[in-house]
Design a protein around this ligand. Structure first.
Ligand code: GLN
Length: 596
């Protein structure tokens, strides 16, 4: 196993995740199997309890792990399926050591950061790196380890020390380090001092950079590379520039062009000549598909405009998988995505008096939308605005996709304005609502927040009659069941659901869980495209295998829905062929109790 650590210096948030994923992709183009681990040096057990505006979206894995959004990057770039243990946090590793201590496993010893915690980190990495991540079931050859934060932070110290020891545990030719740094441009001059300081910090902790990947707005000048090489004590071929590019899909190529593959080949003794012809071919095919993807993306001149109505619009990372899924779908439709952001709060009546300019702008965007998406979220703020957006889409026949909370609000809107339940609401949003269309799921804890939602991969089984008319079912290739990842506490009230369904242009719950009592997919009949999903299909979208509900929205907005539905009947590939293994027992889902 070859371990590649990707660490960061100077500041965070400069694209370390993309560089880590791109490095992994380059190894894949050699035909090697690649896995990834993200280390997050915060005390939380996982990202599940953090607001999206804090650290960006919470990425949900097949096994229900609530992880950092970088795991989404790895899954998309490397086309792998990861598990909760691929994300290590300070909270998780301390919990493991403390549990062991309580069991008496340390046999009376004083338990310390070094060696007990640092050993636990190294054992964890070795164990998780060996877990297969694709259908082949083969043990990976390469493990990318991304260390969150910046080296030198007090938080990451135990991890840095563990990695320092790890290089000796696994041996020099099995361990390499990519340090991501920043070269700011000031007065037109590329400045190397922050990188020099960052590398000095790294070395003082016993880690040696093999590659210094520097983020800069423009390509590194030759003299700057020389200077960095000299002051950071590395060869010039070890200094790579990652300048701003039109799309992050270019980054693997940028690294490749500067010799990253050649460097690692020597440094890690990769013995590429000994590869099987099959893995060689697999790598070449992947590389070609990636090149095709980039060149097709560059030839997109026509646009498709989608309006995203959400409550976390202040931080784009809150919706990163949603944006990626829209991009993948747009690429399939040969259009360039133009995404407009609307803060759902600005669509509410009170905004008209409080901030009239925002209110009118938001409504202008909504009214001119060719497609509207309302993604997931938690809590009351902004939900009335989402309900207004869903109403607009329904009445004006604008293509609409509601995800999780977006699905729930669309059903509430329908209950209020079509079915006459004028006080319809959600127990989450108005606990005392007299007409609860959305209710708390009985098995969910009311006292603990972390890891207690209905999480992970679950099936939705299409109703029989949906085969005749449902667009979303055709987009899923006509399959009778689909598997997507869930993350929610509330659900459509199973007792209310039958009262909402029906009619020539009505709403139908056409996808349900295996017991048939959880409404998971809804669609309006005779609407250009109006779909709601309780799951988060964006999490399974891949550049070359766009998520069907997203494809439907974008295709409908671009006037290509029929063509794309036709295409999907032939082309759709479920992204979770291993799902039946991960989803152990249908009994864990939907207990029969309806009241607590
Ligand atoms: N807040 C809603 C629930 O818990 C929706 C969750 C979401 O959008 N992820 O059911």
């Amino acid at each position: 196993m070859k371990y590649i650590v990707v660490s960061g210096g100077v500041i965070s948030g400069i694209g370390k995740g993309v560089i880590a994923s791109s490095t992994g992709l380059l190894f894949k183009t050699l035909g090697l199997r690649v896995t990834a681990i993200k280390i997050d040096p915060y005390m939380n057990i996982d990202a599940g309890t953090m607001a999206p505006t804090e650290h960006g979206e919470v990425f949900v894995l097949n096994d229900g792990g609530e992880a950092d959004l970088d795991l989404g990057n790895y899954e998309r770039y490397l086309d792998v399926t990861l598990m909760r243990d691929n994300n290590i946090t300070t909270g998780k590793i301390y919990r493991e050591v403390i549990d062991k201590e309580r069991r008496g496993d340390y046999l009376g010893k004083t338990v310390q950061i070094v060696p007990h915690l640092t050993d636990a980190i190294q054992n964890w990495i070795e164990r998780v790196a060996a877990i297969p991540v694709d259908e082949s079931g083969d043990t990976p050859d390469v493990c990318i380890i991304e260390l969150g934060g910046t080296v030198g932070d007090i938080e990451s110290a135990p991890f840095v020390e563990a990695l320092r020891q790890f290089q000796f545990r696994v041996g020099h030719e099995n361990f390499a380090l990519v340090h991501v740094s920043l070269v700011p441009v000031i007065g037109g001059e590329q400045k190397t001092k922050p990188t020099q300081a960052a590398v000095r910090d790294l070395r003082s902790l016993g880690l040696v950079p093999d590659i210094i990947a520097t983020r800069c707005i423009n390509p590194l000048e030759r003299a700057v590379i020389q200077k960095l090489s000299m002051f950071c004590h590395v060869g010039p071929e070890q200094v790579l520039g990652v300048h701003d590019v039109s799309s992050t899909y270019h980054v693997p190529l940028l690294l490749e062009q500067q010799g990253m593959v050649r460097f690692f080949e020597r440094r890690l003794n990769l013995n590429l000549d000994q590869r099987s012809p099959e893995s060689r071919l697999r790598g070449q095919t992947l590389r070609q598909r990636w090149l095709d993807l980039i060149s097709s993306q560059e030839r997109l001149f026509e646009t498709v405009e989608i309006v995203l109505v959400g409550k976390y619009t202040s931080l784009q990372d809150s919706y990163i998988s949603v944006i990626k899924a829209l991009e993948h779908a747009s690429m399939r439709c040969r259009r360039r995505l133009v995404l407009k952001w609307v803060d759902s709060g600005d669509l509410e009546p009170k905004a008209e008096t409080e901030s009239p300019v925002k209110y009118h702008r938001a409504w202008e965007s909504l009214c001119s939308a060719k497609g509207i998406i309302v993604p997931g979220g938690f809590g009351h703020r902004g939900t009335e605005g989402m309900i207004n957006a869903a109403r607009w889409a329904r009445e004006q026949k604008v293509p609409f996709l509601g995800i999780c909370l977006g699905f729930q609000v669309a059903v509430i809107e329908y209950a209020r304005n079509v079915c006459g339940f004028s006080q319809a609401g959600s127990a989450e949003l108005e606990p005392e609502t007299p007409q609860p269309v959305v209710v708390y799921m009985p098995e969910i804890s009311k006292t603990h927040l972390g890891g207690t939602m209905r999480l992970g991969l679950r099936p939705s089984i299409f109703t029989e009659d949906s085969e005749e008319w449902s667009k979303i079912r055709r987009l899923y290739g006509g399959k009778s069941a689909v598997w997507e990842r869930h993350r929610h506490r509330y659900e459509i009230n199973p007792e209310m659901a039958p009262k909402l369904e029906g009619g020539r242009d009505g709403l139908y719950f056409i996808g349900k869980n295996d017991r048939g009592n959880r409404m998971q997919i809804a669609e309006l009949k005779n609407h250009p495209y109006f779909v709601g999903m309780q799951a988060h299909p964006e999490l399974a979208s891949r550049p070359l295998n766009p998520s069907p509900p997203f494809l439907g929205l974008v295709a409908a907005a671009a006037g290509q829905l029929d063509e794309q539905m036709e295409n999907q009947l032939r082309e759709y590939k479920p992204p979770h062929p291993e799902s039946a293994m991960v989803y152990e027992s249908p009994d864990v889902d939907a207990p029969e109790v309806t009241e607590e």
